[in-house]
Ligand binder design. Structure first.
Ligand SMILES: Nc1ncnc2c1ncn2[C@@H]1O[C@H](COP(=O)(O)OP(=O)(O)OP(=O)(O)O)[C@@H](O)[C@H]1O
Length: 349
């Protein structure tokens, strides 16, 4: 029977009075790459540690490849963990580090040598067999850590923020490498990060966590385009927040001032928080009948961001940001109309 790589069934974990994981269920199919994404303290690492056997859940069942492993230590599970700092043996060479797991499993020496050679080629480190970790860059050390985990061919690879100690360029390079290896080798993985870009670029599915629970799980586009709630929407990317009171078609800011905002479909009377992403806002010289949601405002500030320009606009008590890939003809003090498509707007009460 073809069991899932991982099944977490109603897992909870408490440390004294602190609830680190609150009734989490999760299924990772074979070959699937699932990311746990969430802010600091949301329970991502705790969940990974429960899967790896470094922490025993207070309640619930952990099944790896169909077998219940609650009572098994890390080395008795078919998993391999890649830690933040690589956690290589400093007194062993690259080849010895990679061979370690195979030796523990009593794999014959000629096969060890063959598999070490093979995996070094896969992570593009052929020729580094006799180096010591201290004589390598941070990115190379993480590739050795990756090779050491991949070489034992575990059912499930566990990544615990493996790139957080690297600079941006290396992070981007390593994430492309991990994605390529996943496509090539088809391993199953759980990857922990608080970086949305990292999560979206690599994963088959993203599980967004908050306060020890999974708020939403789905394909990256699904979670980004159709967030289940306000937390997921704001966590998945930058957004402008417009706190308003709506009465018929009239819109007021939080101090009760009327706002020149015309919504094509007001969400209903009452207090709302309207959200729109800066990349979805268009800035135009004047109001026009054909435009959807329109906010008549004044440009406050223009920022050059490298690949784009950012325009800050203000209307009564509402602030909005518009990102444009090209330079627009607006400067501070100019009147402008910000507009966005109905499908790009989210309202929460
Ligand atoms: N050993 C521990 N003892 C007590 N509380 C802990 C322990 N480990 C984690 N916690 C608490 O459990 C909660 C979840 O922590 P966890 O490390 O899983 O979060 P996280 O999402 O991985 O955060 P980060 O991104 O900062 O690593 C937090 O409130 C944390 O303070």
């Amino acid at each position: 029977m073809n069991h899932a790589a991982l099944e977490l069934d109603r897992i909870s974990l408490t440390y004294g009075t602190i609830v680190a994981i609150n009734d989490v269920s999760l299924r990772v199919e074979r070959g699937e790459f699932v990311t746990l994404l969430g802010p600091s303290g949301s329970g991502k690492t705790s969940t990974l540690r429960v899967v790896g056997g470094f922490e025993k859940p207070t309640s619930g069942t952990v099944r790896i490849g169909g077998e219940t492993v609650n009572d098994r230590p890390p080395y008795g599970r078919d998993t391999a963990t890649i830690f933040q700092n690589g956690a290589l043996f400093p007194h062993k060479t690259v080849a010895q580090n990679i061979a370690y797991g195979l030796r523990m499993r009593r794999v014959p020496q000629p096969e060890i040598e063959r598999r070490v050679r093979e995996i070094l080629a896969i992570v593009a480190l052929s020729g580094y067999e006799d180096r010591y970790p201290a004589a390598m860059s941070g990115g190379q050390r993480q590739r050795v850590a990756l090779a050491r985990s991949l070489v034992v061919r575990p059912t499930l690879l566990l990544f615990d923020e493996p790139m957080s100690a690297l600079d941006l360029a290396l992070r981007l390079q390593l994430r492309a490498e991990i994605k390529r290896l996943h496509e090539e080798l088809g391993f199953s993985a759980i990857f922990v990060t608080h970086d949305q870009g990292e999560a979206m670029s690599m994963s088959d599915r993203v599980a967004v966590m908050a306060k020890g629970q999974i708020e939403q799980i789905g394909r990256p586009e699904e979670v980004y385009r159709h967030p289940a709630n306000e937390f997921v929407f704001t966590f998945m990317g930058e957004s402008c927040r417009l706190p308003v009171r709506i009465d018929g078609r009239a819109v007021f800011d939080s101090s009760g001032q009327p706002v020149p905002l015309t919504l094509v479909a007001p969400p209903g009377p009452g207090e709302w928080r309207i959200y729109v992403r800066p990349g979805h806002v268009r800035l135009l010289p004047k109001a026009s009948e054909g435009l959807p949601n329109q906010l008549e405002a004044t440009v406050q500030m223009v920022e050059y961001l490298g690949g784009s320009y950012r325009y800050h606009v203000q209307a009564s008590g509402l602030s909005l940001v518009c990102d444009s890939s090209s330079k627009l003809g607006f400067g501070p003090g100019d009147a402008a109309v910000a507009s966005w498509l109905q499908e790009d707007m989210r309202c929460f009460q």
